[in-house]
Design a protein around this ligand. Structure first.
Ligand code: UD1
Ligand code: MG
Length: 462
């Protein structure tokens, strides 16, 4: 398919009550405009022009990062309605492209196959509009027909009660003869914006084409795809559908979800077969999870790579972390950027790891902070161990050698290193390097005072 396309994305989205441009609101981890642009490109559109206005720098920067020069931009400022929006894109249209596909930037779930089928069906008509029949037509533009013949689109704000009773609506997707589009938009925008919203409606062109007997409608059956997002409620509805589609695809690929309705997977996540996801799991951004790994209740995993056969117990949070095969993590463990957990390691409850490598089989099972460190193979970090990595100005490194044993409630004051197979006695504050195979004891020696407690009670309880 060789079709030029424009996407309307300049509006502020007043009904979202947001500081952010409406089309930058996310559905399953991608801004809505990215979904629409991707669908257009995947459908085979070339010369894709996105009409930007409100917060255009943000929209432009995002799309350029994602799609490079496959996307061009036209600016609409001020935003005077959808007809005016497309009119602003006219100078960016390619000479000689006989047809132009117009897409709405706030309809994130439209699928490339649907776009392709619509464009094919629109062959030969001057203006074709994609419609759908809804149980509740809400505030969508109504499709007015005369018998079977398409006559006009009437916006909800301008519609009489009889017209509002029509259940066939405008999805906001059109294919137009490019010459017709350019001529008629120029006329539309030269006149007054004479309607309830005081805007230049793109939809007014349907009546113009219909009068010449050259307008057609193409009815979309899968109505979930055309959910337009104008409010937060519609954003939630569109997101729910998108999530269902993502989850179904992963289940088809061999992933088990104990409760798919409460499993949240972003569009760019990659999962292998036999991954098991418990309820309330949220997988965000560029996360990948390997074969046979189980993710427990309520875990949030963001931009992280988890390998095969890893067990993640409930309520862990990972950000930009890396976990290798067979590790066991959690419950309630926090892996921060640069956490690099080797094969068969155990990282247990209330352990926070940042910018640190644990080699094969190392363990830190309870209540620890491991920051800017390297822990050798099979070393054991006792409960409550803290890597004191920060002096108020700079971060320093701690290394613990292979096979070493750090006793509970120790503080390792960086920069410091504990040698291979060495021991640190529980409760130590270690400020100097510990030699290989040695023992560091760095705490007050215990003394017992016989009978002291009895005397204390006697003084206080007369
Ligand atoms: C529009 C249609 C309506 C249809 C619905 C489908 C018109 C007049 N109405 O209504 O018939 O049922 O979509 O979802 O077209 N935009 C601009 N510049 C503007 C105004 C809007 O670029 O000046 C963009 C918006 O960013 C948005 C899209 O056009 O992506 C649609 O605008 P919106 O205000 O949401 O129109 P609706 O009221 O939803
Ligand atoms: Mg809309």
């Amino acid at each position: 398919m060789s079709t030029q396309a424009v996407i309307m994305a300049a509006g502020k989205g007043t009904r979202m009550k947001s500081d952010r441009s409406k089309v930058m609101h996310e559905v399953a981890g991608r801004p809505m405009i990215e979904w629409v642009a991707k669908a257009a490109l995947d459908a085979g559109c070339d010369n894709l022009v996105v009409i930007v206005g409100h917060q255009r720098e943000v929209v432009q920067e995002h799309l350029t990062r994602q799609f490079g020069d496959r996307v061009a931009f036209a600016v609409q400022d001020p935003q005077l309605g959808t007809g005016h929006a497309v009119f602003c894109a006219v100078p960016a249209l390619r000479d000689g492209a006989s047809r132009t596909l117009i897409l709405s930037g706030d309809v994130p779930n439209m699928q490339p196959e649907t776009i392709r089928a619509f464009v094919a069906a629109a062959q030969g008509s001057t203006l074709s509009v994609m419609t759908a029949v809804l149980a509740d037509a809400a505030r969508y533009g109504r499709i007015v027909r005369d018998g079977e013949t398409l006559r006009a689109i009437v916006e909800h704000a301008d519609a009489s009660p009889e017209v509002r009773a029509i259940r066939e609506i405008n999805t906001g997707f059109y294919v137009a003869d490019t010459e017709f589009l350019c001529t008629e938009l120029a006329k539309l925008c030269a006149g007054p914006a004479d309607n309830a919203q005081g805007e230049y409606y793109l939809t007014d062109l349907v009546a113009v084409a219909a009068a010449a007997g050259a307008a057609t409608a193409w009815v979309l059956d899968d109505v979930a795809q055309m959910q337009g997002v104008n409010t937060r409620t519609q954003l939630a509805e569109a997101t729910a559908w998108c999530r269902t589609r993502i989850n179904d695809a992963w289940m088809d690929a061999g992933v088990t979800m104990l409760d798919p309705r409460h499993t949240y997977i972003d569009a760019d996540v990659q999962l292998a077969a036999d991954v098991l996801l418990h309820p309330g799991v949220q997988l965000i951004g560029a996360t990948t999870i390997g074969e046979g790994t189980t993710v427990g209740n309520g875990c949030v995993i963001e931009d992280s790579h988890v390998a095969q056969d890893v067990t993640i117990l409930p309520f862990c949070h990972f950000e930009q972390a890396h976990v290798e095969n067979g590790a066991r993590i959690g419950p309630m463990c926090h892996l921060r950027p640069g956490a690099d957990i080797g094969p068969q390691c155990h990282v247990g409850n209330f352990v926070e790891v940042k910018n640190s490598r644990l080699d094969v089989g190392a363990k830190a099972n309870h209540h620890s902070y491991i920051g800017d460190g390297h822990i050798g193979a099979r070393a054991n970090i006792g409960a409550g161990t803290i890597f004191c990595n920060y002096d108020g100005y700079r971060k320093h490194r701690t290394t613990v050698g292979a096979g070493a044993f750090v006793g509970s409630n120790s503080a390792l004051v960086a920069p410091v290193s504990v040698g291979e197979n060495a021991y640190v006695a529980a409760g130590s504050v270690v400020t100097g390097d510990v030699p290989k195979d040695g023992l560091a004891v760095a705490r007050g020696r215990q003394r017992n005072i016989e009978g002291w407690a009895k005397g204390w009670r006697a003084t206080n309880e007369d």
